[in-house]
Design a binder for this molecule. Structure first.
Ligand SMILES: Nc1nc2c(ncn2[C@@H]2O[C@H](COP(=O)(O)OP(=O)(O)OP(=O)(O)O)[C@@H](O)[C@H]2O)c(=O)[nH]1
Ligand SMILES: [Mg+2]
Length: 270
């Protein structure tokens, strides 16, 4: 056995907490032991209460009230405070030897993309012998507009290169995708540069053609982005993502060999 965790990241409102709750529920039904860790000092309520909660150390509300920070500066302050008090986290995690943790992170993407805080947390978790996989959530509305999709892909890539841990992109809220987009979804999960550039050219002025082509090619050449679709209402879709995450951190290897399931092909996005 060992220590395993998923670091669940993504922009504000992208469905991180819902993803975490869905995994908790799925594992409970499967009688599999996982624990929720809340790393969002501004979180409000959880259906599955977290086993470890940053709000026991510091809350955004207190920081804003007492130090007069705004929400974004306050959040960075909370994480700097956490970094100075990593022994608190170590002690909290001490109870979870041989366990699987789901870490629900805040939605301020600067934590993943341009300040090294999440990177330091991921490194520290590895030093404490956790196998860590990053789960980057992007919501399905991003595939309804190619320019938004490019922005989402860039943020996911930035997080991936910043953290340097096994990384899985999850396209959340698939239940909200409209029928006409659903018919063309594959190009967004496993992007085809020509189709992407065509789409982008339709919604932008001519002078952006070269830029659209360059971004689409970059996405393709580095094979850096592919997405696993998540429909929280479809158990197969949840199981599929969990099996990929487990595989990325080799969870369960010593009990039984695990490969990602292929059940998604039959999964229903409705
Ligand atoms: N229809 C649908 N709504 C969803 C899904 N996932 C999340 N939502 C909704 O999207 C909103 C944001 O979801 P959260 O799970 O709180 O997102 P988050 O990324 O944790 O948000 P922050 O922590 O504030 O950054 C909520 O109103 C959810 O009910 C989904 O799969 N389907
Ligand atoms: Mg949340």
């Amino acid at each position: 056995m060992g220590r395993y965790c998923q670091l669940v990241m993504g922009p504000a409102g992208s469905g991180k907490s819902t993803y975490c709750q869905t995994i908790m529920q799925h594992c409970e039904a499967a009688k599999r032991r996982v624990h929720l860790v809340n790393l969002d000092p501004a979180a409000e309520r959880f259906e599955y209460p977290p086993s470890i909660d940053i709000r026991d150390l510091i809350t955004l509300e207190d920081v804003m009230d007492e130090l007069g920070y705004g929400p974004n500066g306050g959040l960075v302050y909370c994480f700097e405070f956490l970094m100075e008090n990593m022994d608190w986290l170590e002690e909290q995690l001490g109870d979870y030897e041989d366990d699987y943790l789901i870490l629900d992170c805040p939605g301020q993407i600067e934590l993943y993309t341009h300040i090294p805080i999440m990177r330091q947390i991921a490194q520290q978790l590895q030093l404490w012998n956790f196998q860590v996989v990053g789960i980057y959530c992007l919501e399905s509305q991003f595939i309804e507009d190619t320019a938004k999709y490019f922005a989402g892909v860039m943020s996911a890539t930035s997080a991936m290169s910043m953290l340097e841990i096994p990384h899985i992109n999850v396209m959340t809220k698939m239940d909200l995708v409209s029928d006409d987009v659903k018919d063309n979804m594959d190009r967004y999960f496993d992007p085809d540069p020509l189709l992407l550039a065509d789409d982008a050219n339709r919604s932008t002025r001519g002078k952006f053609r070269e830029l659209n082509a360059a971004i689409a090619n970059l996405i393709d050449e580095f094979s850096m982005v592919s997405f696993l679709p998540l429909n929280v209402k479809d158990e197969d879709s949840v199981a599929y993502i969990l099996s990929h995450a487990d595989n990325a951190i080799q969870w369960g290897e010593d009990q039984e060999p695990k490969e990602p399931t292929n059940e998604i092909e039959d999964a229903d996005y409705e």
